[in-house]
Ligand binder design. Structure first.
Ligand SMILES: [Zn+2]
Length: 282
């Protein structure tokens, strides 16, 4: 199949910087990297990427809308919500707060969609919901997604963003690592493709399970990816680690990441990978 796919417009900020002054009362964002302040709407038009190349964290729903064909996304299991399995103090309140601030019911969205009319199953984790931590619902939704993809012979594309296991669910959150990994394994056993896009941050139990189990592992520039935090590792190994330790770039140099993909090139890259691995129906 020939590959022809229109590029999204080039990042305007990358070309010329601020295109206009913010209007009165308009929300502004300050880049954590270069400290430049721009109207949110302008940053949004540039796919939430600053002129310095910093990739802002974005919610799962925005991320799905950025790369999938318009109107193609069908959401799965959208009403599953977390309970408080070990009656952890303050968990219910935290959940309510996260639901309000993110507008989501949990830290992952799953479903199916197309890019360039090629179908795939997808999950996108939401750093705005309790920093994308993985509890029973995240594990269950991702497991069901892989089971669906296996049954329907679909590739999976997954955007990871997580602070790790959700401590408020205790041991149950740790079990999600094995549970999700088992479903990824069954999907893989059927010869089906799993592409991971690591986004900032992907750490802890998610990094130690499905985030690193992709057949192809892509990463956004500058994302923090690792298991334990840098300081903990330094104290354990008693060594000073390089400043770019646990970044996408460091992982690429050490063979854990296949390619670093800018957000405005993601859709095309994913489309090409889907084309390469597309199985014609026999
Ligand atoms: Zn910047």
């Amino acid at each position: 199949m020939a590959i022809s796919f229109p590029y999204k417009a080039k990042n305007e900020l990358e070309k010329s910087g601020r295109t206009r002054e913010p209007e009165h009362g308009e929300k502004e964002l300050t880049c954590p990297n270069c400290h430049r302040t721009l109207p949110e709407s302008e940053v949004e038009r540039n796919l939430f990427v600053c002129s310095c190349g910093y990739h802002y964290r974005i919610g799962a729903r925005k991320r799905i809308a950025l790369v999938t064909d318009e109107g193609s996304f069908i959401e799965f299991d959208k009403d599953i919500e977390a309970h408080d399995p070990i009656s952890f103090p303050g968990y219910q309140e935290k959940l309510e707060k996260a639901k309000k601030s993110s507008g989501e019911k949990e830290a992952v969205i799953t479903g199916r969609a197309t890019i360039g009319n090629l179908p795939f199953a997808l999950f996108a984790m939401d750093p705005m919901f309790m920093m994308g931590s993985m509890g029973s619902v995240v594990g269950e939704k991702i497991t069901r997604l892989f089971e669906y993809a296996s049954d329907n012979e679909l590739p999976v594309i997954g955007w990871t963003a997580s602070g790790g296991a959700r401590m408020q669910e205790g041991l149950i959150s740790l079990m999600q690592m094995a549970k999700t990994s088992a479903s990824v394994g069954k999907h893989s056993d059927k010869g089906l493709l799993f592409i991971v896009v690591l986004t900032d941050p992907t750490t802890g139990g998610v990094d130690a399970s499905f985030a690193m189990e992709g057949d192809i592992i892509l990463a956004e520039p500058g994302a923090i990816v690792g298991f334990a935090g840098k300081r903990v590792v330094e104290q354990t190994v008693k060594e000073t680690l390089p400043s770019n330790f646990q970044t996408s770039e460091f992982l690429l140099a050490h063979g854990f990441v296949d390619s670093i993909v800018k957000r405005n090139e993601e859709e095309r890259m994913l489309y090409e990978l889907l084309v390469f691995h597309h199985k014609e129906e026999s």
